[in-house]
Design a protein around this ligand. Structure first.
Ligand code: HEM
Length: 191
């Protein structure tokens, strides 16, 4: 069992803080926008955390790290689902036509939605039974997480437009994590 319950509880802290802020009516002048912002940020943070575990295992030799990969990936999906629901409910009030139009006409929404669909597919195919059923294809499919990471940073760059510092920080972390894998795969091929 190990650290799993502790990681699980820690990953719920951002949700708990959000609930407290909602109950205290303490989300600033535009609560819906603030919720979209906070849930989006936790989505990308969990995605990057999940992607950091394999390099951490290789760098430290501690195999424990990768045990939490699936859970952190699922938490990225969890916060992304709340993020999507905030957009659909508070920002667009379930006006289905407007939702459809935004999905097609606003590139940052399209890109975010594709990233979300990838996380959803990866989440659905993450149980052990699915890993067994998909065999070698599982690994290929789960490489899509890199695409989801890149799309998430593009989504952010598009939203922030002028002050892109936040997107640059997340993008730099992603570049390091993907670069590590790329270099390792070259090393393994040449050795
Ligand atoms: C993996 C998927 C996604 C990630 C990582 C993500 C990440 C983020 C982040 C970090 C922000 C905050 C930007 C800020 O600091 O202001 C944000 C804002 C937002 N996202 Fe996402 N997002 C994702 C998917 C989606 C989807 C599926 C939708 C809707 C279909 C969406 C719609 C929005 C909207 C409307 C905002 C607020 C934009 C604004 O401030 O004007 N996102 N997202």
């Amino acid at each position: 069992m190990g650290l799993k319950p502790a990681v699980f509880l820690l990953a719920l802290v951002p949700l708990a803080l959000m609930v407290v802020q909602i109950l205290q009516n303490n989300l600033g002048p535009d609560p819906a926008q603030e919720l979209a912002k906070v849930t989006g940020e936790w989505t990308i943070r969990f995605l990057l955390l999940a992607l950091a575990l394999t390099p951490l295992r290789h760098l430290t030799g501690i195999t424990q790290f990768v045990r939490h990969r699936r859970m952190l990936g699922l938490f990225a999906l969890f916060y992304a689902t709340i993020h999507l629901l905030v957009w659909m409910s508070f920002l667009l009030v379930f006006r289905w036509q407007a939702i459809g139009e935004e999905l097609i006409e606003r590139p940052y929404i399209t890109v975010g939605f594709v990233a979300y669909m990838i996380l959803l597919v990866l989440g659905v195919t993450s149980p052990k039974a699915m890993v067994r059923r998909l065999g070698k294809n599982w690994k290929k499919l789960h490489r899509l997480v890199y695409v989801a990471g890149i799309l998430a940073v593009v989504h952010l760059l598009w939203i922030l437009r002028t002050d892109v510092r936040e997107a640059v920080v997340y993008g730099a972390v992603l570049a390091v994590l993907l670069g590590f894998r790329l270099i390792r795969s070259f090393d393994l091929r040449s050795s």
